[in-house]
Design a protein around this ligand. Structure first.
Ligand code: UD1
Ligand code: CA
Length: 459
């Protein structure tokens, strides 16, 4: 098979987005539109180039981890001009170049595979991926005569009759490299937008006698183009719904799925139950048999099996062990790592907190920059005072400790194993193991004080 390279056009200004960042950096289901395309190229192991426009430095930074060639289109003169700006990319005259827009986030790997296979089987010298749609608005219309490709007419150049044509251009093509090198320059900008349209190349080639094939599909959803925020929102809904369907099919229970958001690259084990209003962002991993109750937000976190996250908990950058119960209303911030069988209750906030097996912090606490040993109980209202106004300090609590309610642990501080802290204490010094520490002002009682002050004590 001839060698195929993939060129992505992403130099458009994306004016209709009314954004200060390039259109292809906007996300669909948590992944930038452009990366959704590059990820397919990576899976298919196709050498890829991207044409960027304005803000080339920002673009270079954005794709610095991607193995791609970058080209610059300094002026936005149209899709054909964008391809010309990458002429080095297809200078090897032997192969084909797959050209796709950068703004079609819903393409799937199989679309590209089928299109390539179709083109090669037909031995076509160029081919167009076209799809049927009830609503052709905005797309170039594809025309055939006697079953043979004839031309593509852009919406703005089409008359009323032509606009009714519902076979449209996906913006995805394969061209023999030699034809790109030789005939792109034959395209003029004599059209409604005064742009060099790549859509003119297939008909130019046709008239020169080259074989042009049209791959037609009914699956219009996959070629949905994002030009404005409304289309971005629609593409996102479609992508999220695909994820939901995938998880439903793999044994996850999702109640009222229309209210649930699951982004791309999320793993969920079977028999996990997800309640209405849950959001799981990209990169999260949830084990089998977990329960995520309503309103939970899970960002870039791992949750092991049999763990329940109760209502309205916010979990970010955390790693939670098996058989835990978190929430309701818990906030686990980055660097929270828990062992199994722990309990974090309502209004507890953790950050860079390492919790051993069986730790319980059931109510109203702040646990930051700390390590807590197994089976320790943290009483309501415990606070690790980790910040002295300049630096963060660490609190280390041993195993099997009992930290009384309303304790402040002023870090850096260590509490030894099997120790107790009396409720209401402010602990500023280390506590050795197997001890009781308390720091309370002795209670004073002044009997009859209210009466002396002229206040009533009886009815
Ligand atoms: C384009 C096609 C249209 C097709 C539709 C499919 C043309 C002239 N029209 O229209 O037939 O139905 O895509 O979604 O090709 N770009 C550049 N440089 C430019 C102009 C555009 O790199 O000078 C890039 C854009 O970033 C975008 C892609 O090319 O990724 C398509 O451009 P866009 O302006 O979105 O074209 P459409 O109007 O959608
Ligand atoms: Ca477009």
């Amino acid at each position: 098979m001839d060698k195929i390279k993939w060129l992505v056009l992403a130099a458009g200004e994306g004016k209709r987005m009314k954004s200060s960042i390039p259109k292809v950096f906007h996300k669909v289901a948590g992944i930038p539109i452009l990366f959704r395309i590059l990820n397919i190229a990576e899976k298919l192991n196709i050498e890829t180039g991207v044409v960027f426009g304005k803000n080339i430095e920002i673009a270079k930074e954005f794709v610095k981890d991607k193995n791609i060639e970058i080209f610059e289109q300094k002026e936005r003169l149209g899709t054909a001009h964008a391809v010309m700006c990458a002429s080095e990319f297809y200078s090897d005259l032997e192969g084909y170049t797959l050209i796709t827009p950068g703004d079609t986030p819903l393409i799937e790997q199989k679309d590209i595979e089928e299109f390539i296979k179709f083109t090669i089987e037909r031995k076509a010298e160029a081919s167009i991926l076209a799809f049927y749609t009830e609503n052709p608005k905005g797309y170039g219309r594809v025309f055939e005569i006697d079953g043979e490709f004839f031309n593509i007419i852009e919406e703005k150049d089409a008359n009323e009759e032509e606009r009714k044509n519902n076979l449209v251009n996906s913006g995805i093509y394969l061209f023999k490299n030699s034809l790109l090198s030789k005939h792109l320059k034959d395209i003029s900008n004599n059209n409604a937008q005064n742009e060099y349209y790549l859509t003119d190349l297939p008909s130019i080639l046709k008239h020169k006698g080259y074989s042009i094939a049209v791959f037609k599909t009914e699956n219009e959803e996959n070629f949905y183009g994002v030009n404005d925020r409304k289309q971005l929102a629609i593409a996102d809904i479609i992508a999220v719904n695909r994820n939901i369907e995938k998880h439903l099919n793999s044994g996850v229970t999702i109640y009222q799925p229309d209210t649930v958001r699951i982004e791309d690259n999320v793993e969920i084990g079977k028999d996990t139950e997800i309640y209405p209003g849950v959001i799981i962002e990209t990169g999260s991993k949830i084990g089998e048999n977990c329960t995520l109750k309503s309103g939970c937000v899970i960002i870039n976190s791992e949750i092991a099996e049999n763990t329940d996250i109760l209502e309205y908990s916010h979990i970010e950058g955390a790693k939670i062990g098996a058989n835990c119960a978190i929430g309701p209303f818990a906030r686990l911030r980055p660097g929270t790592i828990t062992s199994e069988n722990i309990k974090i209750g309502n209004f507890v906030e953790t950050k860079k907190a390492i919790l051993g097996k069986g730790v319980k912090a059931s109510h109203l606490s702040y646990l930051g920059d700390c390590e807590i040993g197994e089976n320790t109980n943290i009483g309501a209202g415990t606070i690790t005072c980790n910040y002295d106004g300049e630096k963060k300090h660490k609190t280390v609590i041993g195993k099997n400790c009992f930290i009384g309610s309303d304790t402040q642990l002023v870090a850096p501080v260590k509490i030894g194993d099997f120790s107790y802290i009396g409720a209401g204490s402010t602990i500023t010094n280390d506590v050795p193991e197997c001890s009781l520490a308390l720091s309370r002002v002795k209670q004073k009682v002044i009997q009859g004080w209210p009466e002396k002050k002229g206040k009533k004590c009886r009815n």
